[in-house]
Design a protein around this ligand. Structure first.
Ligand code: 5AD
Ligand code: SF4
Length: 392
């Protein structure tokens, strides 16, 4: 199974190209390859990430073409059975994004964190948690497996804020992956020095996933002791200026959340120029100070997805795995039918994934990765979604 459709280069203007997929034309940025008109490429998040041999592209397109149109028909037929709000959001998603759905892989390489966020199971004061760090080559080899064998085109490298991975170690990971198996490489390593992000950009990283968590300063300072919302927001802006694609967002239902906070959160996500909105429910962790609070109802999360889609139709909206914890059976499906169009598959090896416990009962932990991929692809097909990212 492939998670991107090959596109044909039809126009080149310096590092901006136009590529065509089944008559749809998209603009993408090419930072990595020497391209000419007629070449075939894979693009993710608006970047050319791989040049592909013509014969291979034509073969893949042949398989895709009929299927692509069949899926589109299914997508137009499937609707959410409950609220009009979700139906409207879903319709807007179809108008702006067609039936394409980004499927990114995520590798959680360390659960050490120097911070003490009240909501998070990885907080440094959680002494019950067994900590792990993956070896550099273990991370790189897992990425190679994900890209070469599982066909992922976009990978998130996530950890707590773990200073063990200094600029040299992080550079090693990014350089090796991008030299041998280019992908849309997304960093989710917390608030680190800007020099680190600059260096990793040079080596080819192009995305950053960093939530601002809440736009409510009072709640922010309470939840993230010793930290200021302004610093987080400024860092995200700097990362955007470097050229990174920004994936950001917030937690829904943090204790103290006030009327209007969600709308402010959505506004801030948009103001930060997020390419992808990433927000999800707060799930209380038993070994944190917030253990006695409740998660928000699923409906609130779905409403937020729908509102985000209606307010910012161009954005990509992720169904976060925390939603699948709130509703194991249908969380993903409900999110996708309320306006979302992206998801992540956890590729962290089992022995580590169970320790990456930001919140309890994470969905899909311990399941075989091939089985997980199959289940998700089956669901996407049932909903008429093409697991592809066809550019900007
Ligand atoms: N519930 C849901 N999400 C959480 N995160 C941390 N703790 C929790 C929790 N208890 C999210 C934060 C962080 C991301 C890595 O995990 O939003 O940015
Ligand atoms: Fe660390 Fe992030 Fe968890 Fe905060 S939310 S404790 S920064 S891993």
């Amino acid at each position: 199974m492939c998670y991107a459709i090959p596109g044909k280069v039809i126009e080149i203007d310096n590092n901006i190209c136009k590529i065509e997929y089944f008559g749809i034309i998209k603009k993408v940025r090419n930072d990595f390859y020497d391209l000419k008109i007629g070449d075939y490429v894979y693009a993710q998040g608006g970047f050319v990430i791989q040049k592909i041999p013509k014969e291979e592209a034509i073969e893949t397109l042949k398989v895709w073409e009929e299927f692509f149109h069949k899926l589109k028909e299914i997508d137009l037929r499937v609707t959410y059975p409950s609220k009009d709000l979700y139906k409207i959001a879903n319709r807007i998603r179809q108008e702006y994004h067609d039936n394409s759905c980004c499927v990114h892989g995520i590798i959680e390489f360390s659960n050490y964190c120097r911070n003490n966020c009240l909501y998070c199971g990885l907080r440094r004061d959680n002494k019950k948690l067994k900590r792990y760090r993956m070896e550099l080559d273990e991370i790189v080899n897992l990425a190679f497996y994900a890209i070469k064998k599982l066909n992922f085109k976009a990978l998130v490298f996530q950890s707590g804020e773990d200073l063990y991975y200094d600029i040299d170690k992080l550079s090693y990971i990014v350089r090796r992956v991008m030299e041998e198996s280019p992908c849309l490489l997304i960093l989710s390593i917390g608030e680190r020095e800007i020099e680190i992000f600059e260096k990793l950009y040079e080596f080819g990283a192009r995305g950053v996933l960093l939530r601002f968590e809440t736009s409510n300063e009072k709640i922010y300072e309470k939840m993230r002791p010793g930290h200021k919302l302004e610093d987080r927001v400024n860092l995200i802006k700097e990362l955007k200026n470097i050229g990174y694609l920004i994936m950001t967002g917030f937690l829904i239902g943090l204790p103290g959340e006030e009327e209007g906070d969600i709308l402010n959160n959505l506004t801030l996500t948009n103001e930060l120029g997020a390419e992808m909105f990433s927000f999800g429910p707060f799930i209380p962790h038993p070994d944190t100070p917030l253990k006695d609070f409740s998660p928000p109802p699923m409906e609130k999360v779905l409403d937020t997805i729908a509102q985000a889609r209606i307010l910012y139709p161009n954005s990509k909206i992720l169904v976060t795995t925390a939603m699948q914890t709130l509703d194991k059976k249908e969380g993903l499906k409900k999110g996708l039918l309320a306006g979302a169009n992206s998801l992540m598959i956890n590729l962290t090896p089992k022995e580590y994934a169970s320790l990456y416990e930001i919140y309890p009962n994470r969905d899909g932990i311990g399941e075989d990765v091939n089985k997980k991929i199959k289940e998700i692809i089956d669901l996407l097909h049932k909903l008429g979604r093409a697991p592809a990212d066809i550019g900007l």
